[in-house]
Design a protein around this ligand. Structure first.
Ligand code: SF4
Length: 359
């Protein structure tokens, strides 16, 4: 935790340098400078746990497809998931859609951080960012990037994952934010500093407007801060996954349940297994799905990391044999381009297609 007796004491000089640096160096991002609540809301939602470079590929097409909360509210869930496909953390788009439905129904956006935080998927950080950027509410933001900047400025081993250290970092920044009288610019300046200069790993102190006031830099080892967590060993979950195609070459896809991990996305038929399956194991797994094939050919393994586990798909081409006609809403032969498909299954299908054309 930050020592609560510590407060910035450099008067206006540090804030002024920070804002001047921001004005001169900020990246030209499509949502930057907008006071349209929807534009800011979508960008802040996409940016949760996701790098700016990745978000740039999604933001424009998403805003074109859903230019208002009402457009997202009335779209089918599959369309929303499709626009988010590959961005990960799919609870974000499901929450954004439910929240857009509420805003569209009420006809008005929230204004304060407290009101924003009542919407699904809007946590304290996003609420503060929205209220400050859209309505100028003097609410400091503190995501992982901002905690890193504060930890280094204070030379304290704060934990960016600890909500208490996030709240303490926001509190520590509050007097400086108030002194500027420009919450939107101040918050965006601190975030920009964390994303482009005070970056994870060795920071670029030579380019930093706050270098003269930074205790972390004065120690000579600024990247000792913030606190680092040891890398996690991800537990593995293995699956036998099957490429079963109909006469038109379209793969059979199953829809995941409406709740839980990857809710509502489509994926290859798969069964949890303990080890890399033999042909006999794979055939039993295929049988258990009510499917059959004349021949099962092993294609290889696909690994995909989630936050809490590593998924390993042992991929099999199910060649020949009867193809079930599908009458269930959650099973379909389909062109994967037309459905929101989970990333591991999409990679598996690309892998299978490449293997097929190599033969
Ligand atoms: S001087 Fe270096 S460590 Fe300190 S805030 Fe700036 S970039 Fe980060």
């Amino acid at each position: 935790m930050i020592d609560p007796t510590l407060r910035p004491s450099a008067g206006f000089a540090a804030e002024k340098r920070l804002l001047a640096w921001y004005d001169a160096n900020k990246r030209a991002l499509p949502w930057r400078g907008s006071s349209d609540p929807w534009a800011v809301w979508v960008s802040e939602t996409m940016l949760q746990q996701t790098r700016v470079e990745t978000v740039l590929d999604y933001y424009g097409p998403f805003m074109k497809r859903f230019p208002t909360p009402a457009a997202l509210a009335k779209a089918p869930l599959d369309d929303a998931l499709k626009a988010w496909e590959g961005l990960g953390y799919y609870s974000r788009i499901r929450n954004l859609k439910s929240a857009a439905e509420r805003v569209a129904a009420s006809g008005a956006y929230p204004r304060t951080a407290t009101q924003w935080a009542l919407l699904p998927g809007v946590g304290p950080y996003t609420a503060a960012a929205l209220a400050s950027i859209v309505a100028g509410e003097p609410e400091p933001v503190a995501d992982g990037n901002v905690v890193r900047v504060v930890a280094r400025l204070r030379a304290e081993r704060l934990d960016p994952h600890d909500p208490r250290d996030r709240a303490a970092s926001a509190d520590w920044l509050r007097p400086a934010l108030l002194r500027t009288g420009d919450p939107a610019r101040f918050n965006q300046a601190v975030m920009e500093l964390g994303e482009t200069v005070c970056i994870p790993g060795p920071p670029r102190c030579e380019a930093c407007p706050l270098a003269g006031a930074c205790r972390g830099r004065a120690t000579g080892r600024p990247d000792d801060f913030p606190k680092k967590r040891p890398p996690k060993e991800l537990p593995e979950r293995r699956f036998a996954a099957f490429v079963v195609r109909d006469a038109k070459g379209r793969p059979l896809l199953f829809r995941r349940p409406a709740d839980g991990l990857l809710a509502g996305l489509w994926e290859l038929p798969m069964v949890a297994v303990r080890h890399s399956p033999s042909v006999a194991d794979a055939r039993r797994a295929l049988d258990s799905l009510g499917l059959a094939a004349d021949e099962l050919r092993p294609l290889g393994d696909i690994r995909h990391d989630f936050t809490h586990f590593r998924q390993i798909l042992h991929l099999w081409d199910a060649v020949g044999g009867p193809r079930p006609s599908v009458r269930r809403a959650d099973r379909r032969y389909a062109d994967p381009a037309t459905l929101p498909v989970a990333t591991a299954s999409r990679r598996a299908l690309e892998f299978a297609s490449a293997a097929r054309s190599a033969h």
